[in-house]
Design a binder for this molecule. Structure first.
Ligand SMILES: [Zn+2]
Ligand SMILES: [Zn+2]
Length: 147
């Protein structure tokens, strides 16, 4: 039975067109794998995960490795995370430039001695030059008078 199948298939398998098709399939597979490895490597790098490790996983397990990567890869791009970080820092810097009352969060001027909204004491006047000083400062930085 096996011989018969072999005899039937032999002329087909040794047909130059079939051989060429098989070689093309192998070529396509190799190109596809390379592209998959490259894509995974670049994607992992952009997401800030171990690019070489994932490229190796795809090289070893092909589509199965790629599927694992797609499941466990970090959800956001490293660039996005970096951008969001910058945004938060910019907002913090803005808050420092525009201070707010620590008690009621009303925007206050850095020169204010008390909060106009809740009357919380924010600064103390220098005993000599009356400029606003932070409550914990022991000396006036403007006129060098000890408080
Ligand atoms: Zn206040
Ligand atoms: Zn002073």
């Amino acid at each position: 039975m096996n011989d018969m199948v072999g005899e039937l298939l032999d002329p087909i398998l040794s047909n130059p067109a079939v051989t060429l098709a098989r070689q093309l399939c192998v070529l396509f597979f190799v190109v596809f794998t390379c592209a998959l490895i490259f894509w995974t490597w670049r994607d992992a790098q952009r997401r800030g995960s171990m690019a070489w490790f994932w490229a190796l996983v795809v090289l070893l397990f092909n589509l199965a490795g790629w599927a694992i990567y797609m499941v466990v890869r970090p959800p956001e791009l490293a660039e996005d995370a970096h951008e969001r970080d910058l945004e938060i820092r910019a907002r913090e810097a803005e808050l420092q430039r525009n201070p707010v009352c620590p008690a009621c969060f009303t925007p206050v001027d850095p020169e204010y001695l008390i909060c106009p909204s809740c009357m919380k004491q924010l600064k103390k006047p220098c005993t000599n030059c009356e400029r606003p000083l932070k409550l914990d400062w022991g000396v006036c930085p403007y006129c060098r008078t000890k408080q």
